[in-house]
Design a protein around this ligand. Structure first.
Ligand SMILES: Cc1cc2nc3c(=O)[nH]c(=O)nc-3n(C[C@H](O)[C@H](O)[C@H](O)COP(=O)(O)O)c2cc1C
Length: 187
């Protein structure tokens, strides 16, 4: 796939097929991620690939995180919400946890977070190149002690995102404000 075509057609995928994504594609995603730009070459990232039993454990952690969030709701509603949250993770081929190494002062960490975000986007675009869809998620699971333990995240690290991946069942349309409306050209 042409780079420009990938940039213009990639979408966040919500529904995934069940056929597994080969590890070779995940390796390509990770190769692309570490090529992301980063100030002072800090390379402030680490990745955890969760498949099989570890993915089931992550899905269970997401179930509990969703339960905690919905704790004030009616029990039946909370259960439905949490089960759906778990199913989101059981329905994918793999999840990649994106971890930021927390080093230096606040401004360094801000720049490093930008770099880690570039890495996450690079891996999503690489996946798209191979027909694989992704879903970037943050939310409660990134702060869950259970998920942090599973991904072996230390106090000097931040769990920034979970990238779910798999072959798309469907690709949604997500319209954008045209660039021309958000751009000031100065000469
Ligand atoms: C920093 C960041 C955090 C995100 N967190 C979530 C999330 O927690 N849950 C979710 O469903 N999507 C999340 N997304 C995905 C966006 O919702 C998605 O990119 C947006 O809807 C635009 O769709 P597109 O990726 O198809 O263009 C996140 C995206 C970014 C960049």
């Amino acid at each position: 796939m042409e780079l420009m075509e990938g940039l213009l057609t990639r979408r966040t995928i919500h529904l995934f097929r069940t056929d597994p994504v080969p590890d070779s594609v995940i390796e390509k995603m990770l190769e692309a991620a570490v090529q992301a730009p980063n100030h002072h070459m800090t390379q402030p990232w680490r990745f955890v690939v969760l498949q099989g039993e570890s993915l089931s454990a992550l899905a269970q952690a997401r179930y509990r995180a969703a339960w905690q969030k919905a704790v004030d709701q009616q029990r039946e509603f909370a259960e439905r919400l949490a089960s759906r949250a778990r199913q989101d993770y059981l329905a994918v081929s793999a999840v990649i946890a994106v971890v930021q190494l927390l080093e230096g002062n606040a401004s360094r960490q801000e720049e490093d977070y930008a770099a880690v975000s570039c890495a996450a986007y690079a891996m999503m675009l690489a996946a798209w190149n191979f027909g694989v869809g992704t879903h970037w998620a943050t939310g409660g699971l990134t702060r869950s002690a259970e998920a942090r333990e599973l991904c072996q995240v230390t106090d000097q690290e931040r769990l920034t995102a979970f990238i779910r991946l798999g072959y798309p069942q469907s690709v949604p349309q997500v319209p954008r404000v045209p660039a021309a409306q958000r751009t000031l050209w100065l000469s």
